[in-house]
Design a protein. Structure first.
Length: 345
């Protein structure tokens, strides 16, 4: 199923994560005794067979196994196994994640599945079109990478895009074959920081980083400060907290923190927060807020909510854009702003 994202085999039980149904246990009790027996025999064998194919060991001395494989019909599968010597179980722990080539969200599903409303699409389309630097935040499973993939459709056709990932899952060239896209994959020798330095020499208009995690955040900030544009994701609990999270990842001393904090507010224009929860009806993803970042006339950092979900009134609220830089970019790039008037401007 396209909506299935993760399969976990823990302590001999199968658990499935589905973006529509949620997280649930898949029961095999209705199967025959032979099939159940074969399944329990397969669990310890599976990671060892994968390790052999990869040329690795999987034992007490090498108790963690990571792998990935590409399949033409579905996309990429990521595989992680932990040896039973690390676990309070007689079985290894196995996790499989699926990344599809196709998009799981659309303009229609954003409305029908209550991910956001029409104003969200109008706003974000304009922010991408005018070249805003955008960070998408939220917890694991909230749909950050999927939203990045969806938003990339609005990058102008004459602009070059470089994607950077440690595990390939964005697939922009497959989604938008008419666009100029180069996909880079980080590894142990060439991490994000080193790839960033090299990719800037390729002169991309846009850099799309699947997830910002560490000190490479400084290079990202500097890159967008020189005219490159950015869409990336990170983990934090609110859009307004994005600059603070980026500052934490930079691991700077107190002397440099204030300068970089202002630099973040100048170079990162928009933050989008996604909310993910499960209830009796299934799994739900929702845009909870969009925040603009800017420096005011006194050169002080400001974070201002321009779109957010009101959980009391159960609807979305909007406010006018205050950032002088965003307004300037909308004019410079001759963006159509008629649909934003009276709502965001």
């Amino acid at each position: 199923m396209d909506s299935t994202t993760d399969i976990m085999i823990w302590d001999g039980e199968i658990w499935v994560t589905d973006i529509k149904i949620g997280h649930y246990r898949y029961s095999i009790t209705d199967e025959s005794a032979d099939i159940i027996g074969e399944f329990h025999e397969l669990i310890p064998k599976l990671p060892r067979q994968v390790a052999i194919r990869m040329g690795y060991a999987f034992n007490e001395g090498s108790p963690i196994l990571d792998g990935e494989a590409m399949f033409a019909d579905i996309g990429q599968l990521r595989f992680n196994a932990m040896h039973e010597s690390l676990i309070d179980s007689r079985y290894p722990a196995i996790a499989i994640r699926k990344s599809l080539f196709s998009l799981r969200i659309s303009a229609e599903s954003i409305i029908t599945e209550k991910f956001a409303d029409q104003n969200f699409q109008l706003l974000v389309r304009s922010m991408v079109d005018c070249g805003c630097n955008i960070m998408i935040s939220g917890e694991t499973g909230s749909g950050k990478t999927e939203l990045l993939r969806f938003m990339a459709q609005w990058i102008r056709k004459n602009e070059a895009i470089i994607t950077m990932e440690d595990t390939l899952e964005v697939y922009l060239k497959r989604l938008y074959p008419q666009k100029n896209v180069l996909s880079l994959k980080a590894n142990d020798k060439h991490g994000f920081d080193r790839l960033l330095r090299s990719c800037l020499r390729q002169n991309p208009d846009w850099i799309c980083v699947s997830e910002t995690r560490g000190k490479e955040v400084i290079q990202l900030i500097n890159a967008v400060g020189t005219g490159h544009r950015l869409i990336s994701t990170l983990h934090t609990d609110s859009a307004q907290n994005i600059p603070y999270r980026m500052l934490d990842m930079a691991q700077l001393n107190d002397r440099d923190s204030e300068r970089v904090f202002k630099q973040i507010h100048h170079n990162i224009n928009i933050g989008i927060q996604l909310y993910y929860y499960n209830d009796s009806l299934g799994s739900h993803r929702q845009v909870s807020e969009i925040c603009e970042f800017y420096l005011d006339q006194q050169n002080q950092p400001q974070a201002h909510l321009i779109y957010y979900y009101d959980y009391v009134q159960r609807n979305y609220q909007t406010d006018f854009i205050k950032s002088p830089l965003i307004k300037k970019r909308l004019i410079q790039r001759q963006c159509d702003v008629n649909h934003l008037k009276g709502v965001f401007i």
